[in-house]
Design a protein. Structure first.
Length: 246
């Protein structure tokens, strides 16, 4: 199995997304990367984990701003690997916020995997502001997942509620290396390590703390490396497409 990080640009927003008032002494606005992942399985499947921001911009009710060059669009990132959206076999979605489901329209008719709780919230009456129904009102074969478990060989769903009720991370068992992709279950290292600062944008604090404990236990059990959801400092040291994470 092979893993490639696709650079989908960045977002500038309030520090309150990542940190709580009184626990942060930095600038009032921060810029953070948006990441999607191409997972290529040993049996030849091309899987995409998250689809980034809608290429026309941010449609959610937010004071955040998106920065994306033509080279950072999802189509251009896939093209670096000789692929088009038509070559993707399935899309796995951590959750359905605007910066993770915005490119789903490119994959209409494909298999989509998301947690049942996430789908129910996003498609219910009056979803929270970070959900844009136009992003995920897309025809396809929706697979609604109810818990942890293998989705494809070497690709395991890990349910991590807190940021949203149905957030799903992935545990990837690469040759000689195990990687955890928690996406917005953990924005950045500051939100994870023992003296962690809780994020300001948080749906359920008790569930978030339980998910942190679950991630730490899983990391200890598997020896997995974590790639955080929006960590600019960590991203600076990671290989980007067309290079692979090996």
């Amino acid at each position: 199995m092979k893993l490639t990080l696709l650079d989908n640009g960045s977002i500038e927003g309030s520090f309150r997304i990542f940190y709580r008032e009184g626990e942060y002494a930095g600038p009032p606005r921060i810029t953070f990367p948006v990441s999607c992942y191409l997972i290529q399985t040993d049996d030849g499947k091309n899987l995409l984990f998250d689809t980034g921001v809608w290429p026309g911009g941010i449609r959610a009710k937010t004071d955040s701003y998106r920065y994306q060059t033509r080279e950072q669009t999802l189509e251009a990132q896939l093209a670096l690997l000789g692929l088009t959206p038509g070559d993707i076999d399935a899309v796995l979605l951590s959750h359905l916020h605007y910066d993770h489901a915005g490119g789903l329209f490119l994959f209409a008719g494909k298999d989509f995997y998301v947690s049942r709780r996430e789908y129910a919230l996003a498609t219910g009456d009056n979803p929270p502001a970070a959900y844009v129904p136009a992003d995920y009102t897309v025809s396809g074969n929706w697979h609604l997942l109810d818990g942890d478990g293998e989705i494809f060989p070497g690709v395991e769903a890990v349910m991590l509620p807190g940021h949203t009720p149905g957030l799903m991370g992935l545990l990837l068992r690469l040759p000689g290396r195990t990687i955890l992709l928690p996406q917005d279950a953990v924005y950045a290292a500051d939100n994870y390590y023992p003296a962690c600062m809780l994020p300001g944008l948080l749906g359920d604090e008790a569930a978030y703390r339980a998910s942190l404990a679950k991630l730490r236990s899983l990391q200890q059990e598997t020896g997995a490396e974590l790639i955080f959801g929006h960590d600019a400092a960590q991203r600076a040291g990671l290989p980007l497409a067309p290079a692979r994470i090996e």
